[in-house]
Design a protein around this ligand. Structure first.
Ligand SMILES: Cc1cc2nc3c(=O)[nH]c(=O)nc-3n(C[C@H](O)[C@H](O)[C@H](O)COP(=O)(O)O)c2cc1C
Length: 331
């Protein structure tokens, strides 16, 4: 199978409508470069723009993508505290600037002025309207199934609702679906929902090139979608000041089990476990540290290279899309 063509692949000159998400501490230059080389688009995870501590050096990671054109993504509220990272990103002339979790307006304007397409990941219709106002070239509608941070809308109804909003207000804007998409079934379904492609995190989190620790991947493979939870306690206890509207999907572990139903208490103890969390991260203690994966955990059974993930998804989707026509009875 040579390619899957959508408005998104045409605009960005890709073989497959598959984007590797900019995952903090996970999507380094090797993974982003491999995703682009395999026919999709890889986006370097600029994460917390250095605000978290212990993040990989972005200059080094960007270099590891070689000469593959990749995008750069940042957590917008964190970049607002270190806007130099946006200037750094724009100076690289990336394939896109990916903004998520915060007001995109100021950074989008800078990128648009520099001729760099802006991708805005959104979790509500209000976010989608703000992305349109900010001049986003691509809106990524993220459902609650997603690994990592997100909110409460579900991918299945949220994507077509955003598709309708775009069709009415900004028909040139492109749409990607995100949240729970890890195989060709999810890709084919997303195209039917009105998206021009998919943004995939969890499945690439378990790619050979990802910076993810192997013991965390082993846990995810042994678990399934039921084994994940959306929670605020990990951020509160480790003292990372996420805006209230977002929570974090991760594998259930001892920490989330101990703190179930104790959100207010965790808020009152903001940062109380910072040192313990940092130590647990250094020791690879995933009973405390988050294994950051979405409901797609149940669809992840191995750790292949990014190219293999891309090929499998595209091949499975193209069979499903081709066979779909046979479902329609004639006469
Ligand atoms: C390990 C991990 C880290 C993530 N980090 C970020 C991030 O730094 N910035 C961001 O915009 N999204 C981040 N996300 C969310 C992705 O952009 C995307 O919405 C999500 O992975 C899609 O759902 P899926 O995990 O089911 O594929 C992260 C996701 C995962 C799994």
């Amino acid at each position: 199978m040579d390619q899957i063509r959508t408005r998104f692949t045409e605009r960005f000159d890709l073989r497959f409508p598959i984007v590797c998400a900019p995952m903090a501490l996970v999507t380094g230059g090797k993974l982003a470069g491999a995703a682009t080389q395999a026919g999709g688009l890889g986006i370097l995870g600029g994460g917390y723009a250095g605000m978290l501590g212990g993040e990989p050096d972005l200059e080094t990671e960007y270099g590891l993508a070689g000469n593959q054109p990749i995008g750069i993504g940042v957590i917008t509220w964190a970049a607002a505290q270190n806007p130099g990272v946006i200037d750094w990103a724009i100076a690289k002339n990336p394939r896109c600037l990916f903004l998520s979790f915060g007001d995109p307006a100021a950074f989008a304007a800078k990128a648009n002025d520099a001729g760099i397409p802006v991708f805005c990941q959104v979790q509500t219709l209000d976010h989608a309207r703000a992305a349109i106002d900010a001049g986003a070239a691509v809106i990524v509608a993220q459902g609650t199934e997603a690994g990592g941070h997100g909110a409460s809308r579900s991918t299945m109804p949220f994507v077509p609702e955003v598709a309708d909003l775009i069709a009415k207000n900004a028909p040139d804007t492109l749409l990607l679906a995100a949240g729970g998409i890890a195989d060709g079934r999810g890709l084919a379904a997303s195209l039917m929902l009105g998206a021009g492609g998919v943004l995939v995190g969890s499945r690439f989190w378990a790619a050979a090139e990802a910076l993810s620790p192997q013991p965390a991947i082993d846990r995810a493979i042994a678990s399934d979608g039921d084994g994940t939870v959306r929670t605020i306690v990990a951020d509160q206890l480790r003292g990372v000041a996420w805006p209230d509207e977002y929570s974090f999907r991760m594998l259930k572990n001892r920490l989330t089990e101990d703190w179930t139903g104790r959100d207010m208490e965790a808020r009152a103890q903001f940062g109380a476990m910072k040192d313990a969390y940092d130590t647990a991260r250094a020791n690879g203690d995933f009973d405390i540290v988050a294994t950051v994966v979405g409901e797609a955990a149940g669809l992840i059974h191995d750790r292949p290279e990014a190219a293999e993930i891309m090929q499998r998804m595209a091949a499975e989707a193209s069979v499903l899309l081709s066979n779909g026509a046979a479902l329609v009875a004639k006469g």
